[in-house]
Design a binder for this molecule. Structure first.
Ligand SMILES: CCCCCCCCCCC/C=C\C=C\C(=O)SCCNC(=O)CCNC(=O)[C@H](O)C(C)(C)COP(=O)(O)OP(=O)(O)OC[C@H]1O[C@@H](n2cnc3c(N)ncnc32)[C@H](O)[C@@H]1OP(=O)(O)O
Ligand SMILES: NC(=O)C1=CN([C@@H]2O[C@H](COP(=O)(O)OP(=O)(O)OC[C@H]3O[C@@H](n4cnc5c(N)ncnc54)[C@H](OP(=O)(O)O)[C@@H]3O)[C@@H](O)[C@H]2O)C=CC1
Length: 331
């Protein structure tokens, strides 16, 4: 009997040793479970009741492309009159026409480089003439590229921080002052990123500027509630847009690894973030201010936990690891 038990233990120990070696040699390659993305299908329809933004005016910076375009489309579909502002007027005009023709609601295109406070002031003048002051302001415009920090010129640093931090501040302060003067409330939303919180190498100007935007919005949430202003932040995880992916993963080499570390097994979609932005900007969220909403399929926590790599250990490997752990005596 004892010999039988010892024999089994010996065989088990041999399996443990060989499997542990396999694990060390090959990691978990080929041992992944099937994609879990099918559990988390993205829905594309506008989530709020139709007419939720009737008689509302929304300004979306960078609204001609990518996520800004998707937010504009959703707000417009829900009844808002939108103004989209960025540098490239031709792109803005094309987007405005396409969205207007689909929703039946007017979308205005206004050229504006948010780095230039005078241009921002003129943009707001133009907006006042077209629609009056806005009820919803979405600071979405941004610039970014991956680059080792030792290769950054002073102008590269300035370019990104000017668009992201100064641009957001110029738009927010210009509109805030005029809204306060007119005793008009508004919802301000800033689009940042998950690494605004953690920091990240290779996108250091963007990380620094987005962290600044978060501090700006949290501070104003505290200060300007008394004027009827709400300030919230959405931190998106990876969502495919030409603007982001062409500058952050130009060869596409990192996309699979990115998806693999997202617990929901897929990238986000523009329509999903547009629904969240619409909710946060709507009167349904009138008690929400100073909020930082991470919207990333779980990527941030997945990157943060040092044991999360153990997801790729199979049930059979777990049996072996458990035996090894239980068999450890002493320290
Ligand atoms: C492990 C990898 C994982 C990859 C994952 C896949 C993707 C994950 C997505 C997750 C995304 C998370 C956050 C995203 C945040 C974003 O903001 S994405 C939005 C990006 N969109 C844009 O950037 C659109 C607008 N961008 C632009 O217009 C330009 O790119 C630019 C440069 C920001 C501004 O244009 P412009 O004013 O014309 O500026 P330039 O004159 O061209 O340049 C100014 C200075 O900057 C230097 N520069 C420019 N490009 C680079 C580069 N690639 N590397 C180094 N330096 C650069 C340029 O030389 C100028 O400096 P000098 O005058 O000194 O030469
Ligand atoms: N896609 C993603 O995975 C993620 C995106 N984000 C954030 O989402 C937002 C939208 O990004 P995304 O849609 O992906 O990328 P895009 O490149 O499509 O959007 C950036 C927009 O900013 C505008 N813009 C850039 N510089 C200026 C400027 N100086 N003045 C005015 N407008 C400017 C651009 O228009 P123009 O060139 O006409 O000026 C463009 O429309 C950004 O804030 C980005 O940081 C955050 C995390 C993840």
């Amino acid at each position: 009997m004892a010999a039988r038990v010892l024999g089994r233990a010996g065989r088990l120990a041999a399996v443990v040793r060989s499997s542990a070696l396999q694990l060390r040699l090959h990691g978990s390659a080929g041992l992944r479970f099937g994609s879990q993305a099918s559990f988390f299908p993205p829905l594309g329809d506008a989530m709020l009741p139709s007419g939720s933004f009737n008689n509302h005016v929304a300004l979306i910076t960078g609204g001609g492309t990518g996520l800004g375009r998707a937010m504009t489309a959703t707000l417009s579909q829900l009844g808002a009159q939108c103004i989209i502002a960025s540098r490239k007027l031709d792109i803005l005009q094309r987007t405005a026409e396409e969205i207007s023709s689909q929703t039946g609601n007017k979308v205005h295109a206004v050229q504006c480089d948010v780095r230039d406070p005078q241009a921002v002031s003129q943009c707001v003048d133009q907006m006042e003439a077209l629609t009056g002051l806005p009820d919803v302001i979405i600071n979405n415009a941004a610039g970014n590229f991956v680059c080792p920090s030792e290769r950054l010129s002073p102008n590269a640093w300035k370019t990104i921080t000017d668009i992201v931090l100064n641009g957001t501040a110029f738009v927010t302060l210009e509109l805030g002052k005029r809204l306060i003067q007119n005793q008009k409330g508004a919802s301000f939303l800033a689009i940042t990123t998950i690494y605004a919180e953690s920091g990240s190498g290779f996108v250091v100007p963007s990380a620094s500027a987005k962290a600044g935007v978060e501090a700006l919005y949290k501070s104003l949430a505290a200060e300007w509630g008394r004027y009827g202003h709400r300030f919230n932040i959405i931190q998106p995880g990876p969502i495919r847009t030409k603007g982001a992916f062409s500058r952050l993963d130009p060869t596409g080499a990192f996309e699979k690894a990115t998806i693999d570390r997202i617990p929901t097994g897929r990238l986000g979609t523009p329509a999903e973030i547009a629904n969240l932005a619409a909710y946060v900007s709507s009167n349904y969220a009138s008690w929400m201010s100073g909020a930082v909403i991470r919207f990333d399929g779980g990527e941030y926590v997945s990157l943060a936990g040092e044991f999360n790599e153990l997801r790729s250990v199979t049930p059979d490997q777990w049996k072996i690891l458990e035996v090894m752990i239980r068999n450890t005596k002493g320290s």
